[in-house]
Design a binder for this molecule. Structure first.
Ligand code: HAM
Length: 418
């Protein structure tokens, strides 16, 4: 191993994190552009919140007994003694921002979207990282089932529009907090009757979160939960009506879904509609995106009672599901020089052309003219301008090999896009 390679091996990206190399950026850019276009076109405004929040925002918002808050947060105390956390999700911070900026005074609902990095100290595996990216959308300030349906249709369009196949939409409802609390008691009593058959993990959380049993892949627990009463059977009349309206709207929009009476999500703020887009080809981490209503969250964070709904999709899971090489776009032009004295001219010309919107590379490694032509191929330049000895110039079409004599000053006119 040479010295540089040894140094490279000495330091690695932290566990569960990764570098995105230039060759991988094109696919990410494609996803980001598609999502941005779609959400802008649906009237969502982009919002950016800090990567850090007061720990309390998540403890209160996401729920102290959730896995996210109890074991997966990167939290620390800053030099001023404040408890801070690298954001594990985006909804609680957006609600914090909604309250802080008095957005309840704006016309409702407020429709937002976001994209950026999130952090969870989970054990890493394919599709599960400690730093990952989400694209998310929220509609705050309406309890209309239209908002539920429109958001679900948007996420469906986001994923299908990218060409992700084998997607399944799972849909459920958690009802109101009161009905859920009553149901939770009923479920806890039922699980207690079968305590011996449950996993240690589920048994340990029977008091704080009996719904966790639905998440379990423990065989005994699965058998017990298979015969348990479901929340869908216990919805109150207005929640059942809301859910029926969401389903009718999805039917009308032609978005297929599977009713999943046992659907649970790993965050405590959900009420009423919850949903999850799953792609089984992804293996264990099969959820590409999901979300639901969180009608109590803004009130819980100290704001006015405000119903809201949203979703987030994981960029890395989208990329895994796409599993496609997306080629980096090639350059419009490479400028090659026959003599070193022409390099300054190449730099000046490249600057002028880039200013006019043309992508241009020049040789920065002192290559021979032959080496420069090879480099032009490597960067997939559509054309190469060759500054020959004696100040004459040729423009070469790299696909056909055709060349014509040109004046460097006419290049812009000759290759101007469109
Ligand atoms: P979530 O289900 O926790 O929801 O995360 C949303 C998506 O982020 C998941 O479906 C998955 O694609 C991706 N994801 C989550 N954890 C990881 C990880 N460790 N590695 C890679 N990808 C991951 C939320 O975060 C809610 N804030 C969604 C929401 C918005 N609900 C209402 N509004």
């Amino acid at each position: 191993m040479d010295r540089l390679a040894a140094m490279a091996a000495r330091y690695q990206a932290p566990k569960g994190t990764f570098d995105v190399l230039p060759a991988e950026e094109a696919a990410r850019a494609l996803v980001a552009e598609h999502a941005g276009r779609l959400l802008d076109a649906a009237g969502h405004g982009r919002i950016e919140t800090p990567a850090l929040e007061e720990t309390e925002v998540f403890a209160r918002g996401v729920g102290a007994s959730t896995d996210i808050v109890s074991k997966e947060m990167f939290s620390f105390t800053d030099r001023g003694g404040r408890g801070l956390t690298l954001r594990p999700e985006g909804t609680a911070p957006i609600c914090r921002a909604y309250i802080e900026h008095g957005m309840h005074k704006d016309p409702q609902p407020v429709k937002l979207w976001y994209a950026g990095p999130f952090f969870r100290a989970e054990s890493p595996q394919r599709g599960r990282y400690r730093q990952f990216n989400q694209i998310g959308a929220e509609v705050i300030g309406t309890d209309s089932p239209l908002a539920d349906a429109e958001l679900i249709v948007l996420l469906d369009e986001l994923l299908r529009g990218l060409g992700i196949a084998d997607l399944e939409l799972r849909l459920g409802s958690l009802g109101s907090p009161e009905a859920r609390a009553a149901y939770r008691d009923e479920l806890r009593d039922y699980l207690r009757e079968h305590e011996a058959e449950l996993s240690d993990d589920v048994r340990a959380r029977l008091d704080s979160n009996p719904m966790r049993a639905f998440d379990s892949d423990h065989e005994g627990t699965r058998a017990v939960i298979g015969a348990a009463p479901t929340m869908l059977e216990r919805l109150e009349a207005d929640d059942a009506e809301h859910f029926a309206a969401v389903r009718a709207l999805l039917d009308a929009a032609g978005v297929p879904y599977r009713l999943d009476p046992t659907l649970v999500r790993g965050l405590d703020y959900y009420t009423r509609t919850i949903f999850s887009f799953v792609c089984d080809r992804l293996g264990a981490q099969s959820e590409i995106g999901g979300g639901g209503r969180y009608d109590g969250l803004i009130g819980q964070l100290g704001g006015p009672d405000t119903p809201a709904i949203g979703w987030a999709a994981g960029t890395e899971r989208i990329l895994l599901a796409l599993d496609e090489e997306v080629a980096m776009p090639g350059m419009d032009l490479f400028i090659a020089v026959a003599e070193d004295r022409q390099r300054a001219k190449a730099v000046a010309l490249a600057g002028e052309l880039r200013h006019a919107g043309i992508s241009v590379e020049i040789d920065l490694a002192g290559r021979s003219i032959k080496g420069q032509m090879k480099q032009a191929d490597r960067v997939r330049a559509a054309r190469t301008l060759i500054l020959d000895e004696g100040d004459s110039a040729r423009l070469r079409d790299m696909a056909t090999g055709e060349e014509r004599r040109v004046e460097p000053s006419e290049v812009l006119e000759l290759i101007r896009p469109g």
